[in-house]
Design a protein around this ligand. Structure first.
Ligand SMILES: Cc1cc2nc3c(=O)[nH]c(=O)nc-3n(C[C@H](O)[C@H](O)[C@H](O)COP(=O)(O)OP(=O)(O)OC[C@H]3O[C@@H](n4cnc5c(N)ncnc54)[C@H](O)[C@@H]3O)c2cc1C
Length: 447
C-alpha cells in the first residue's frame, strides 16, 4: 500500500491542515485520540469558546470556511470593564469602524472543520492514541482506545498537531541527545476555572452581548465571552497560592464568599455557580517552547504541540491557524520535499511564535492590572483617536489582532516602541485634544 501523510490530532490545527493538504492533492489520513465529538458529548476540558481574529480568519479562507464559521460567531467590539463597586466602562478594540474579534464555540468550530475534512474524502480514525514515532523506519505507534490493542503504521511523513501535551514531542524529548532538542514549560502561578452565565428565560443575553467582559482586580481577574445561545462562558484566572487562592477556595461555599466580596455583580448572574465551581476542573496555564520542530523530514510539530501559549491575547488558535498558512507557502515552494519544507518552515516561523508567547504573557498583566489604570485608559483613548483619524495607524493590539499581514515578531517590536512613545506623551499632557496627532503619526512612522 502507498504510504500516506499522517496527521496526528484532529483538533483545530490538525483538521485545518488536513483540508489544506487534501486541497493540494496530498494523500492524507488523520488519527485522533478522542471519540468523534460529533457523536459523543465530550466534557469541555478547557475553553468552551475562543476569540477568533484576523490571522485565524485568513487561514480559514484557505479552507473556504471563513464565511460559514463567522455566521456562527458573536462579534466583540471591545472590552466592557466592570469595576469593583459596580461601575462599568467600554474600551473599543479599535478606532477603525467595525473592526472586531469574534467569539466562536470551540466544539462547533472543530466539528465544522472535521465535516469538511471528511467531505474531501480524508479518513479520520477516532479513539486512536499516538504513542510515539520511530524515525529510522518512519513508523508511528498507536493504541486503539476501544480494543486496547497497540499497532504500528509506516508513513511517508507525520505531522503532529496533538496539542500542548504532544506525544510526538515527548518522544522527541526522549531522543533529545541525538536531536539536540530544547524544551521548556513555564507554568504561571495562576490557574483557571470556567463558570457560566446562562441566558434569560427569554433567551436574551444578561449583559452587553458584543463585548469581552473583564472584571480586573489586580492580582486576578474574571472574564466572560458571549455564546450564540445567549449565555456567557466565564473564566476566573486566579493564583493557586495564598489565603484566597484556588487551593484554598476548595469548596463552592468558600468560593461564594470570595465572589460576594470581589465579583458580586457577576455572581448575581450565575445561578449554577455552586455546581459549576464543584464540577468544573481547575486547570493550569503554561508556555511551552521547544526546538527543533522537525526530524529529517519525517515528522513535524505544528500548532500547540510546537508552541503552547497562555490565552491572554486570544491568539493560541489564531497562531496555530497561521502556522497552517505559513506551512502552505513552503509546501507550495518545495512541493513534496519534506525535509526542505519542514526545515525552512521552522526556521522562518520560530521567531514569530516566540514573540506571541511573550506578548501573551505581557497581556496577562495588562488585562489584570492596567485596564483600569488612568494613564493606560488615556493611552487607549489616544490610540483610538489615532486609528479613527489615520486608518494606516495600528495600535499594538491592532497590529497583533487586526493586521494578519505583519509577522508577530514585527508587531511586537513596533507595538512596544509605539506603546512607550504614547505612554510618555500621555504622562505629559492632561488634554488629549491639544495634541498634534499628525506629528505623533510621523514619530510613529520613524520607529
Ligand atoms: C483557557 C483557554 C482559552 C483560550 N482562548 C483562546 C482564544 O480566545 N483564542 C485563541 O486563538 N486561542 C485560545 N486558546 C488557545 C487554543 O485553545 C489553542 O491554541 C488551540 O486549541 C491549539 O490547537 P491545536 O490543534 O494545536 O491543539 P488542540 O486544539 O489541543 O488539538 C489537539 C488534538 O490532538 C488530539 N490528541 C492529543 N494527544 C493525542 C495523541 N497522543 N494521539 C492522537 N491525538 C491526540 C486531541 O484530542 C485534540 O483533538 C485558549 C486556550 C485555553 C487553555
Amino acid at each position: 500500500m502507498e504510504k500516506k501523510i499522517a496527521i496526528v490530532g484532529a483538533g483545530l490545527s490538525g483538521s485545518l491542515l488536513a483540508i489544506i493538504l487534501a486541497k493540494k492533492g496530498y494523500d492524507v489520513e488523520v488519527y485522533e485520540r478522542r471519540p468523534d465529538m460529533r457523536k459523543v458529548e465530550i466534557s469541555a476540558g478547557r475553553s468552551i469558546n475562543l476569540a477568533l481574529s484576523d490571522r485565524g480568519i485568513k487561514a480559514l479562507k484557505l479552507a473556504d470556511l471563513d464565511t460559514d464559521i463567522l455566521k456562527e460567531a458573536v462579534p466583540m467590539f471591545g472590552r466592557q470593564i466592570h469595576l469593583l463597586g459596580g461601575s462599568e466602562n467600554f474600551q473599543s478594540y479599535s478606532g477603525r469602524e467595525g473592526e472586531h474579534i469574534n467569539s466562536v464555540s470551540r466544539g462547533g468550530l472543530n466539528c465544522q472543520l472535521m465535516d469538511k475534512v471528511e467531505g474531501l474524502g480524508i479518513p479520520i480514525y477516532f479513539n486512536q492514541k499516538c504513542l510515539g514515532m520511530d524515525y529510522k523506519s518512519s513508523t508511528l505507534s498507536f493504541l486503539n482506545e476501544e480494543t486496547k490493542e497497540e499497532y504500528l503504521i509506516e508513513v511517508e511523513t507525520a505531522i503532529a498537531t496533538d496539542g500542548a501535551g504532544s506525544a510526538i514531542r515527548n518522544d522527541m524529548q526522549k531522543k533529545s541527545a541525538s536531536l539536540r532538542f530544547s524544551f521548556s514549560k513555564a507554568y504561571l502561578d495562576h490557574g483557571y476555572k470556567e463558570l457560566c452565565i446562562p441566558p434569560t428565560e427569554d433567551g436574551d443575553f444578561r449583559m452587553e452581548k458584543n463585548a469581552l467582559h473583564i472584571w480586573p482586580r489586580g492580582g486576578y481577574m474574571l472574564i466572560a465571552l458571549p455564546n450564540k445561545d445567549g449565555s456567557f462562558t466565564v473564566t476566573l484566572f486566579h493564583p493557586y497560592d495564598g489565603e484566597n487562592g484556588l487551593d484554598a477556595l476548595n469548596t463552592s461555599s468558600k468560593a461564594r464568599v470570595f465572589f460576594e466580596k470581589q465579583f458580586p455583580d457577576a455572581l448575581a448572574l450565575m445561578p449554577s455557580f455552586d455546581a459549576d465551581w464543584e464540577n468544573n476542573p481547575t486547570s493550569s496555564l503554561a508556555t511551552v517552547k521547544c526546538y527543533p520542530w522537525q526530524v529529517e523530514g519525517k515528522s513535524l510539530l505544528l500548532g500547540d504541540s510546537a508552541h503552547a501559549i497562555v490565552p491572554f491575547y486570544g491568539q493560541g488558535m489564531n497562531c496555530s491557524f497561521e502556522d497552517c498558512v505559513v506551512f502552505a507557502e513552503y509546501l507550495e515552494k518545495y512541493k513534496g520535499d519534506w525535509e526542505k519544507i519542514f526545515s525552512e518552515y521552522q526556521k522562518s516561523r520560530k521567531k514569530d511564535t516566540d514573540a506571541i508567547a511573550t506578548l501573551a504573557e505581557d497581556n496577562f498583566y495588562e488585562m489584570r492590572d492596567h485596564v483600569s489604570d488612568e494613564n493606560f485608559m488615556k493611552k487607549r483613548k489616544l490610540e483610538t483617536k489615532m486609528e479613527q483619524q489615520f486608518p494606516e495607524y495600528y495600535s499594538k493590539y491592532s497590529l497583533v489582532t487586526f493586521n494578519a499581514d505583519i509577522p508577530y515578531s514585527e508587531a511586537m517590536r513596533k507595538g512596544r516602541a509605539q506603546d512607550q512613545l504614547l505612554l510618555e506623551i500621555c504622562r505629559e499632557t492632561d488634554d488629549l485634544d491639544s495634541l498634534d496627532l499628525e506629528k505623533i503619526l510621523q514619530q510613529i512612522k520613524s520607529l
